[in-house]
Design a protein around this ligand. Structure first.
Ligand code: NMX
Ligand code: MLT
Length: 437
């Protein structure tokens, strides 16, 4: 079987050719109108970025190179004895557009394990931070500091051809993905279990097998959940705030470490990745106020109370999706296949909230999408398995989103995409243009 690099050496020239044709034949073809609502409305729906690995359909949700989540669950290799998609399999698919075979994925897991250790200066940096510093702040700092290791930055300084950018970028991206579990686990240990033992990377384990072990969990169900979680959060086309940030920063030829560090700080916002922390905070407050055996009516009242106090219902709504998020559905299926999870009061509450919230949000009449996104359930399962420190949840999302955001950096360099520099307008300039038209 072919290695990842051999596969990419074959795939990239085909994609370069495709781009060349698009440029030559369709550079002036119109894909949509730019309206004032785009300029003042967060560019929602504006087709303005090239992103190879995944495309989001508002009704069906995400497809990774054309594959839905159920397709991926059927086609992508799992861990030995496991059932859930391995993030390594997803990474291979995102990077190459091809579903890997088992041998290829085992080879990639082994490579990531070899490269998974942290340089001592990064360990020292993380150990020197106050435990009260939010885990996402720490993650971004650790990733930024790793840029001392960047082979792209080093080669660029020496002088390399533009056509070689992608090979150095790929090495940085693989090295960073490999190191994220050790970095994220160190932050967890320092903040929540100071002084506890922190095992090194086990060369026989897959990326998430190692991550779970370094976090200190021995429950294979949790490890499987983390594999699924990290695989399906990996990419959500290019316009989401974290992926877009990595793309923007990367377009300046800032190296993958700096680009992804910036992306993590976009992910740390409550309207984006921090929502999974907010969901749990909201659910637990509801559980505390109303008890464990809460009725649909009580949930309805609680939802209205949240909305009437001017807050959003965390885990509901989406910038692009207009149906329940298939990632939410996949995580719910994981729960449905485990009676132990179905007995959890928090997970029962997620299900009951799902039965009530869309109706309430429709009646409220503001959100364009009254359905749950992935964050409505992701943290509650972690909570059940004993990963109860919800300020940490976005870090797991951050370990995951690297798969897609870093894949695109490889594609952007392989395709020679330019620095991003859209045009902005002032309100006066908009009015002037309207008057002139
Ligand atoms: N609860 C209450 N109001 C909402 C909600 C919600 N869950 N979602 C949207 N709205 C409001 C929104 O605040 C806006 O109000 P206003 O006109 O007063 O500014 C109005 O509905 C229209 O918003 P939309 O166009 O439907 O949504 P938009 O694209 O602007 O924002 C989100 C998308 C995801 C930021 C928004 O739905 C939200 O804030 N959801 C809650 C937070 C959340 O779950 N974020 C996670 C996103 C997924 N992720 O993993 O990153
Ligand atoms: C994501 O996974 O990035 C979120 O669903 C937000 C988005 O797609 O805008």
């Amino acid at each position: 079987t072919k290695s990842l690099r051999e596969t990419l050496q074959e795939v990239i020239p085909r994609k370069q050719e495709q781009l060349k044709k698009l440029k030559a034949q369709h550079a002036q073809t119109v894909l949509g109108d730019v309206k004032v609502e785009h300029v003042i409305g967060g560019m929602r729906g504006l087709k303005a970025m090239l992103w190879e690995a995944s495309v989001l359909d508002p009704n069906e949700g995400i497809r990774f190179h054309g594959l839905t989540i159920p397709d991926c669950q059927k086609q992508l290799p799992t861990a030995p004895g496991g059932k859930e998609i391995l993030p390594e399999s997803m990474l291979w698919l995102l990077l190459t557009g091809e579903a890997p075979v088992e041998d290829q994925v085992r080879g990639l897991s082994a490579e990531l394990a070899v490269k998974g250790g942290l340089p001592p200066y990064v360990e020292e940096l993380i150990d020197s931070l106050p435990p009260s510093l939010h885990p996402m702040t720490q993650l971004g700092m650790g990733v930024a500091a790793l840029n001392k290791e960047s082979v792209f930055a080093e080669a660029y300084e020496k002088g390399i051809k533009k056509t070689d950018y992608w090979t150095y970028t790929l090495e940085d991206c693989i090295n960073l993905i490999a190191r994220l579990p050790a970095l994220a686990a160190r932050i967890y240990r320092n903040v929540y279990n100071p002084g506890a033992d922190l095992p090194g990377v086990d060369q026989n384990l897959d990326l998430v097998g190692n991550y779970a072990r370094m976090l200190g969990f021995k429950n294979e169900d949790l490890t499987e959940y983390l594999r699924l979680y990290i695989a399906i959060h990996g990419d959500h086309e290019g316009g989401n705030a974290s992926a877009h940030t990595a793309h923007l920063v990367g377009s300046t030829l800032s190296d993958p470490y700096l680009s992804y560090s910036a992306a993590l700080y976009a992910l740390a916002g409550p309207l984006h990745g921090l929502a999974n922390q907010e969901v749990l905070r909201w659910q637990l407050a509801m559980q505390k106020e109303l008890g464990d055996n809460i009725t649909h009516n009580q949930i309805k009242e609680y939802l209205w109370k949240t909305l009437n106090s001017g807050q959003v219902i965390p885990g509901y709504g989406h910038g692009v999706l207009r149906n329940p998020d298939p990632r939410f559905m996949a995580l719910q299926e994981f729960c449905d296949s485990r009676p132990e999870l179905l007995r959890s009061k928090t997970i029962q509450m997620v299900k009951k909230t799902y039965e009530v919230a869309p109706g309430v949000l429709k009646e409220h009449g503001k959100t364009k999408n009254p359905y749950p996104n992935v964050d409505a359930t992701s943290g509650c399962v972690l909570y059940h398995y004993g990963l109860t420190q919800f300020k940490y949840y976005t870090v797991i999302f951050g370990v995951s989103r690297a798969l897609g955001a870093l894949t695109q950096l490889v594609w952007a360099r392989a395709l020679g995409l330019p620095i991003e520099r859209p045009k902005s307008l002032s309100m006066d300039a908009i009015e002037k243009q309207i008057k002139a038209s």
